[in-house]
Design a protein around this ligand. Structure first.
Ligand code: ATP
Ligand code: MG
Length: 407
């Protein structure tokens, strides 16, 4: 299949928007006679006038050839598929060789590396052509049409195998191929669809949306560690409030956070929904301000209202309020483990943040001395600030503690 080619004069992507390091990599590869494209998120973002997070390069040069072209280059990945080119200013450009679809990600993960011996003896120079593919195959293996565009350094054109430019203009997230098939191959794509739709303010194509609702339970098959990483990206995308709505509507919320979802539809949970939403808005606002938000603080914000409700029940059984908050938080986050492997330190830290809240309110002498020295104090105070603003209470208190901490 021939791609649509959008000539330099017909699109807005300019070399001025591409990092100097990415350009160097592209020119070096091209100069050595290889195909060299920018690919994926950076092309999408530049065509939308957005600042890309990073620049990814794809080429027909094999990893060993890439390495021989760059001094400051390391091959990474279990199967040596990627090259990282390092620059003194800290920039890292990822260079991947075109590859074909690999089938089920889960099966791949479980399978031992192919040709393990050959990999060791011949390093990256082992050319496993069964892994590599054509530019077209590389476009088609990607998740969504808007993520599958190439920018060709040879003539500054855009190559479009999947009608991605059309979808960019429409503002649509659309799977490449049959959504149900693509979500079965890799259920994490469901979370990614919601992330891109939320971050770009795109709509999710109808068939994709139906597939999300139908396939939601499949998310349980995704590797918990990988799912954890994608969930963080999801809630840190700057539009957690939209994300939450998509999760609710598609049923993914119940798959990811079953207890929370069950509570959220009870009268008690519905009454507290505005507090959950306030937590998500605070998260988004802090991201916009480029304020550092730890994963623990993120989970504290999302589930704060739920954990408080659960703590009330525990306190009735005799736990002091701070211990009840800690227990409600850590127990719930720990129980998410089969789906979502939240690291233990993150769970503990979220518990610390919540347990600190009653003590921040009480301001006992001992705490005034001790709390500001605790490693979690900044996060606990940030949570208090959020509560203060969301409920227009304790405002002076957050300021007071900040002043104490600065003393
Ligand atoms: P971001 O700007 O958030 O980094 P991105 O589009 O660059 O978004 P990445 O996760 O960095 O997303 O992945 C880079 C590219 O790799 C994607 O644009 C997509 O083409 C492809 N890709 C990533 N994950 C998958 C997946 N699970 N299935 C298919 N293609 C994927
Ligand atoms: Mg990226």
């Amino acid at each position: 299949m021939e791609p649509k080619i959008i000539a330099r004069s017909a699109h807005i992507m300019s070399r001025r928007d591409i990092s100097a390091e990415a350009l160097k990599v592209l020119y070096r590869l091209h100069g050595a006679g290889n195909i060299a494209y920018l690919a994926g998120g950076c092309v999408r973002d530049l065509l939308l006038h957005r600042q890309p997070k990073d620049f990814d390069v794809v080429t027909d040069a094999h990893p060993g050839q890439v390495r021989s072209l760059f001094r400051n280059c390391r091959l990474i990945g279990r199967r040596f598929r990627l090259a990282h080119v390092f620059y003194p200013n800290g920039a890292i450009i990822e260079v991947a060789t075109f590859r074909a679809a690999e089938g089920h990600a889960e099966l791949q993960a479980a399978r031992p590396p192919r040709h393990a011996h050959a990999v060791k003896t011949h390093d990256g120079l082992i050319l496993r052509d069964n892994l590599f593919g054509t530019p077209e195959e590389d476009a088609l293996r990607r998740d969504f049409t808007v993520n599958a565009l190439f920018y060709n350094i040879a003539d500054f054109s855009i190559l479009d195998y999947v009608n991605g430019v059309h979808d960019l203009n429409l503002g649509v997230i659309r799977s490449i191929g049959e959504p149900r098939v693509r979500f079965t191959e890799d259920p994490v794509r469901m979370i990614r669809a919601i992330r891109f739709a939320s971050a770009l303010n795109f709509r999710i194509e109808e068939r994709d949306y139906e597939a999300l609702a139908a396939m939601a339970p499949h998310l349980a098959r995704a590797a918990p560690a990988r799912l954890y990483e994608e969930i963080l990206k999801l809630f840190f995308c700057g539009h957690a409030e939209r994300v939450f709505q998509h999760l609710q509507r598609t049923g993914l919320l119940g798959v990811l956070f079953p207890e929370f979802e069950r509570w959220s539809v009870l009268p008690e949970g519905q009454a507290a929904l505005s507090r959950t939403e306030a937590g998500l808005r605070a998260l988004d606002e802090w991201r916009r301000q480029e304020r550092e938000v730890s994963p623990a603080l993120c989970f504290a914000l999302i589930f704060g209202a739920y954990h408080k409700a659960a703590a009330v029940a525990l306190a009735r059984r005799g736990l002091p309020p701070w211990e009840a908050l800690r227990a409600a938080t850590t127990q719930h986050l720990t129980r998410l483990a089969p789906r979502l492997q939240i690291p233990k330190q993150v769970v503990m830290r979220a518990g610390d943040i919540m347990a600190a809240q009653p003590r921040l309110l009480e301001r006992r002498r001992r705490d005034v001395e001790g709390l500001p020295r605790r490693p979690w104090f900044g996060e606990a105070l940030a949570y208090l600030e959020f509560v203060a603003r969301a409920h227009a209470r304790y405002q002076d208190l957050a300021g007071w503690w900040s002043a104490v901490a600065r003393r």
